[in-house]
Design a protein. Structure first.
Length: 146
């Protein structure tokens, strides 16, 4: 038989009784976490940085956010361990409107201007260095064998 009020089944045997809830056991030396801390942002819109300097902030060290009403910046204020408050201003980075991009033709022209003879000279110098190192290595081998 099913009892919808208790959300349990009854049989001809003993009635199922709710079991006591087990509480998780925490070690006594574990640090206690703040249970009432909410994940929310503190702050409000302000007109200027002078307003931010005068506003009280939470004493727990969390960051308070103050966007400027004209949208030009976001100011944060945070209490430091030494008792002072740290104010940081975040401003958007503006890009230049006259930004110029290189085309394939521009890149081809620049490559034509490059002197590849200098690169060939460097390759020759590297080959000479490799030969000299091989010679030195062979001389060291012969001296060890003697």
């Amino acid at each position: 038989m099913y009892n919808p009020y208790l959300n349990q089944y009854y049989g001809t045997q003993q009635m199922n009784r709710p079991q006591p809830m087990e509480m998780p056991i925490q070690p006594q030396n574990a640090p206690q976490m703040a249970l009432n801390r909410q994940n929310s942002l503190y702050g409000k819109q302000v007109d200027s940085i002078d307003v931010v300097k005068a506003i009280d902030i939470p004493l727990d060290g969390s960051i308070s956010y103050f966007p400027l009403t004209n949208g030009s910046a976001i100011i944060t204020k945070q209490l430091q361990q030494d008792g002072t408050s740290k104010i940081t201003i975040y401003e958007p980075k503006t890009q230049k409107e006259d930004m110029k991009f290189a085309t394939i033709e521009d890149i081809d022209k620049r490559l034509e201007k490059l002197g590849f003879s200098e690169i060939d000279d460097l390759k020759d110098d590297l080959e000479d260095l490799k030969k000299e190192l091989k010679d030195i290595k062979n001389k060291l081998k012969t001296k060890k064998e003697d």
